[in-house]
Design a binder for this molecule. Structure first.
Ligand SMILES: Cc1ncc(COP(=O)(O)O)c(C=O)c1O
Length: 465
């Protein structure tokens, strides 16, 4: 039986794994990077590939010289590598962007006028906001409390929608709870009603194999800096028709086929179709090459093994937190069920009874060398829904100011990890949470310019006495 079990790989080598950071008591400790959901460390392999290419760096699509030709080939090969990684269909395009936010704003500008966009209010702001910003009509769907409810809510909303083009924007994995969304079912529902789908894979692609063909989504977006390739590039990939028919995202060199002065003094432009239409300006070849390198590295490590390892870490984390009654893990789906039953990537948010989340996160950093994130994670409506009122921050250390009159100050703590995370980081995190909850912080903290900083050591003997 055990021979059938998926092999679990060792953590992949990432930069920063040996970095020592100072603790508030003057000691040094290896940094535990547990904020992969914000930006993951670079894979060593990506760094090495970029360093090996760097001497050959040259302009892309603009030079006759050898290095320009080589760089152009590398850029276009990177596009093909990403297409393979995403298992794109014949005719799908890969557009290199700056990141997911850029990709979704690009698509919002390419959506035909009159399109009605559907998005759950639980989305990251990058998926929630570009549509109305581009002047489109948006139908926000209320936070569903189960996957089945999400599919049913979309079905009902689309059934009642007027004729005309429609688009659903949905995340693959939540950046707050890490929970997986039922992308295939939502896409099947959307397509049945004639709506297209764009998948925000910012948190999914670094953790899971993603097949655009199998999921049948129309577009997908992700960021290089969350996929171990922090060189300023991202991806929008998918169907060509709306992209080719749209105005170019940016006007400038590279997007144009011809530009001619007319006799009346105006300038007539013929724009390219294909990815070049939306990639005006000198392309970020290093960013694109770094993403392609990460795609190759993850594929070679094998997603079965990577996912198995991550599941093991997620289980370790959720089991450890479940033993601390003061900790409340935030789940949208299965909120009342066993947290073990929640399918998630290595992203989890929680609050600690009696603690302000900024204070807790600051103590994790200052006293244990652990880097997590606190706040509302650019998903304000979702975090507010998950926290409700009862978790209003009990102290003011670093807590965000309430933005509306009468609103209470809320935030949470997010721990996230991925392919480079050693077991020790999760274990140290659990030990730290247990100690902080049981013994309290060893230092006092105060809010300085919005940051929670350690001030003086607490005399534990005096306090206990
Ligand atoms: C789910 C999700 N979508 C979109 C984004 C935006 O990504 P970026 O900041 O790389 O543009 C993020 C970033 O945290 C995210 O988690």
């Amino acid at each position: 039986m055990s021979s059938l079990a998926t092999e679990i790989c060792a953590p992949l080598a990432v930069l920063g794994r040996d970095v020592q950071v100072p603790l508030v008591n003057g000691e040094k400790v290896g940094y535990a990077a547990l904020d992969y959901a914000a930006s993951s460390p670079a894979l060593q392999r990506v760094w090495d590939d970029v360093a090996a290419y760097a001497p050959y760096y040259g302009s892309v699509h603009r030079g006759a010289g050898y290095l320009s030709q080589l760089s152009t080939d590398l850029f276009e090969q990177s596009r093909r590598t990403v297409a393979e990684f995403l298992d794109l269909r014949e005719g799908d395009q890969v557009v290199f962007t700056r990141a997911t936010t850029d990709s979704l704003n690009l698509l919002a500008g390419a959506v035909p006028a009159g399109t009605r966009v559907f998005a759950f209010e639980t989305e990251h702001h990058a998926s929630l906001l570009p549509w109305a910003h581009a002047g489109l009509d948006v139908h926000y769907l209320r936070a569903p409390r189960s996957r089945a409810e999400a599919v049913a809510a979309l079905d009902a909303a689309l059934a009642g929608a007027p004729e005309g083009p429609k688009l659903l924007c949905v995340t693959g994995a939540s950046n707050v709870t890490g929970e997986l969304w039922p992308v295939a079912e939502l896409t099947e529902t959307a397509h049945r009603h004639g709506a297209r789908v764009v998948l925000d894979a910012a948190q999914l692609a670094p953790h899971h194999r993603v097949s655009v063909r199998a999921l049948d989504v129309d577009w997908i977006a992700f960021s290089g800096h969350k996929l171990y390739a922090p060189f300023g590039a991202g991806v929008l990939a998918g169907r060509a028709d709306w992209l080719d028919a749209a105005e170019p995202y940016l006007a400038g060199g590279g997007a144009t086929r011809t530009v001619a002065r007319e006799t009346d003094g105006s300038v007539a432009v013929q724009w390219h179709t294909g990815p070049a239409r939306h990639e005006a300006g000198s392309p970020n070849v290093i960013g694109a090459y770094a993403i392609a390198s990460a795609c190759r590295a993850l594929t070679e490590a094998g997603f079965d093994a990577l996912e198995a390892r991550e599941r093991q870490l997620v289980d370790r984390l959720t089991a450890g937190l479940a033993e601390i009654p003061e900790v409340r893990v935030l789940n949208l789906f299965g909120a009342t069920g066993d947290i073990h039953s929640v399918a998630r990537v290595g992203v989890l948010s929680f609050v600690v009874r009696g603690w302000n989340s900024s204070h807790f996160s600051a103590a994790l950093s200052a006293e244990y060398g652990i880097g997590v994130r606190d706040g509302l994670f650019c998903a304000h409506p979702l975090v507010r829904t998950l926290l409700g009122d009862e978790d209003a921050a009990p102290s003011e250390c670093g807590a965000p100011e309430p933005s509306l009159p009468g609103e209470r100050s809320l935030n949470a703590i997010r721990v996230s990890f991925g392919a480079g995370t050693p077991d020790e980081h999760v274990d140290r995190f659990l030990t730290a949470v247990r100690e902080l909850v049981t013994d309290g912080a060893a230092w006092n903290y105060r809010n300085e310019g919005g940051r929670c900083v350690a001030t003086v050591q607490i005399d534990r003997g005096r306090r206990e006495g």
